[in-house]
Design a protein around this ligand. Structure first.
Ligand SMILES: N[C@@H](CCC(=O)N[C@@H](CS)C(=O)NCC(=O)O)C(=O)O
Length: 223
């Protein structure tokens, strides 16, 4: 039993990744913070086709990030982060076991999924040199106003400690740096302005992750 557990700990956790993917960044960030090793497979470099029959059998969603851990196959960045924390973190503050605390983190994570999709509707046209629909910008601003209200009088998004929700939402917001011309500066919202640096300085890995993103954006802009 003990031997099996030890062997399982040594089996590689395959992580299907791309360095510039924001959802992949969230998982790498969380894994780094809780000290879990991932065997990173860059899908582009390795030529893996997430839509190939072999991969789709295991990961029907064909998106990255995806995780393969001892027979478990998982897509969706927030679900992967929840899994890694629940299974491997030494303590539960990032994703509490107490259901009354955890549900607040979950609520913010579902909110983040919606917010990120709104942000994507503004980022995507820039990738394809298309015009952004002004209503997409309005929807992001509405999301930022909601976030600002969530943070009213609070240090953190869910409870009295930093959680996965803070990292997920901050990670989503960081992608707005790619579209400065849109005028969607989250720090125009006073509570977000105070909260963001709090998240950024909460762990050295966050600063590293942000640096990596900014360097990537710079390279993309030079192309
Ligand atoms: N909600 C998903 C979004 C994943 C996603 O859309 N990933 C993109 C890369 S950033 C992707 O794999 N796109 C390729 C595809 O949809 O086939 C998550 O958070 O993991």
């Amino acid at each position: 039993m003990v031997l099996m557990r030890k062997i399982r700990q040594w089996l590689p956790r395959l992580f299907y990744d791309h360095p510039m993917s924001p959802p992949c960044r969230l998982v790498r960030l969380v894994a780094g913070i809780i000290g879990v090793d991932l065997e990173v497979v860059d899908v582009k470099d390795s030529g893996i086709d997430m839509k190939s029959t072999d991969v789709l059998e295991k990961i029907p969603q064909h998106t990255i990030p995806a995780l393969e851990d001892n027979g478990l196959y998982l897509a969706e960045s927030r679900a992967i982060a929840v899994y890694l924390i629940s299974k491997y973190a030494k303590e539960d503050s990032l994703y509490p076991k107490d259901v009354n605390k955890r549900v607040l983190v979950d609520q913010r994570l579902f909110f983040d999924q919606d917010l990120y999709n709104r942000i994507l509707n503004v980022l995507r046209p820039k990738f394809y040199s298309e015009r952004t629909d002004p209503s997409s910008i309005d929807k992001v601003i509405d999301g930022l106003e909601t976030l600002n209200r969530m943070l009213d009088g609070k240090q953190w998004l869910a409870g009295d400690k930093i959680t996965l929700a803070d990292y997920a939402v901050a990670n989503s917001l960081s992608t707005l740096e790619f579209v400065p011309e849109s005028g969607m500066d989250p720090t125009k919202q006073p509570n977000i302005k105070e909260w963001l640096p709090r998240v950024e300085s909460s762990h050295p890995n966050y600063g590293e992750s942000l640096k990596e993103l900014r360097e990537g954006f710079k390279k993309m802009a030079q192309k």
